[in-house]
Design a protein around this ligand. Sequence first.
Ligand code: PEP
Ligand code: MG
Length: 555
Amino acid sequence: MTEDREVVRGTPVVPGIAYAPVIWPAPRPEVASGMPRIDGSLRDGEKVRFEEAANVVSQRLHDRASAVSDDAAGVLRANAAMAVDRGWMGAVHELITGGAPAEEGVVEATEQFVTLFTKMGGLMAERVTDLRDVRDRIVSELLGLPEPGIPTPVTPSILCARDLAPADTAGLDPEMIVGLVTALGGPTSHTAIIARQLGIPCVVAVPGLETVASGATVLLNGEAGELIVEPDPDEARSAVERGRTERMRIQAWKGPGRTSDGAAVPILANVQDGVGARSAGATAAEGVGLFRTELCFLDRDSEPGVDEQADIYSEVLEAFAGRKVVIRTLDAGSDKPLPFAYHADEANPALGVRGIRIAADNPGILSRQLDAIAVAGNRAQARPWVMAPMIATPAEAESFGRQVRARGLVPGVMVEVPSAALLADRILEHVDFLSIGTNDLAQYTMAADRMSSDLASLTDPWQPAVLTLVARTAEAGIAAEKPVGVCGEAAADPLLACVLIGLGVTSLSCAAASVSAVGAKIGTVSLDECRRAARDVLAASDSAQARDAALRSLG
Ligand code: PEP
Ligand code: MG
């Protein structure tokens, strides 16, 4: 019985059970305002003190980078470089020359760069959290305080935090951090992505999390999205045992995706380059449901030529030779600006020229990419499926479909804008398949920025309004006898995956790390059970009710 125990609830992100003591990151340092000015004769010494602290922090980040996997090491090395960046150090020196103590110089120089990065937007704006993280590490070093951030536990622990910086999560050891819970963050937040990669049970957007003290023993249920403080130890241990059995079942799942009564639902992988495709190829993924091509070119100043593009696309086709591969054309703009694509200055980039819309201002960019995909397809003797992002009208779908068919490829479009879901039947007159991007569909349906931690409960794909649009799109697919998949983060949630199948979705595409969990879950439920759960979910008034309804019938 758990009713008389403290229970906090949030948005479930990664299923799984963990029972362990809580740790919180060490607090961030505070720099008191109005610190005394540094005397002119001591300013050079102050600069040396600052440089030493910056070097110590940079070296520590490098050391941590050499102890972790490639992706995580990249984040840590970038932060190590930031700590000794010449432009930023120059700004601190200038402030110390003006009399500021090193701590104050670090804080002020960081704010100058934060303003600059925020104005630049996109990926640069996302580096602001890293910049502030580096600032806090250097200030702590200057003040002689322990390094802020995550302690290294000696026994398995559940990490609770208000929010986590990429540098915090990059070095996490899944043997020691067995659960992640944050007060902020949404299903597509950085914390959620890392937790999914590491397979750590995770719950985000938990109001009242600060009441759970460091050292308290808690039972974390990543599927129900709840944290029980000081649970009955016997109940907790049997929950952990159930979780372990479930994990073994997931690890043993080898595909193909089908419900318990044999309805085929292919489980595909989302990839972003050849390396990712090769590691996804080692899972039970039956193909690639979303190849985000823009992510190959974020650091390129000029547009890669047709041959170079063809080489990159070939790598992915080869990793999945003989299997379905869905390539998405460049989704540039908004949070993913491409330096070589012209982007107008916009007040609301998420509502601006992004996705298929960049083709209008960048003559030839789409046709060159389609040529490259056709070359790669010929080389691999494959007929790739190709889809456009951010389609809003049947006319856009008609134009895209015509250009794709002219090259002998299979045309489709993403459904990420509510207008596309509402007119899915008319869009399907022009293309052969649809793929629903629930991340953007939730953002545009709920008028809530998908990057905002404060709005995570609105951008939750369990929102009945979002699922109603999914249902409408799937119905259009059934009527036209054309496939409708889901490739947003919703497809990585095993329980929601069952509901999507019940709504009529014909394939699911998710991060490679989630493929087995999704496949194993759908193998335990029948198509009729999925349909009944889908009906209950559509009748709910909010995301919590929707999830509870699905848990009752499919949990
Ligand atoms: C989506 O919007 O759900 C999607 C898959 O596209 P992205 O996350 O790349 O915007
Ligand atoms: Mg999208």
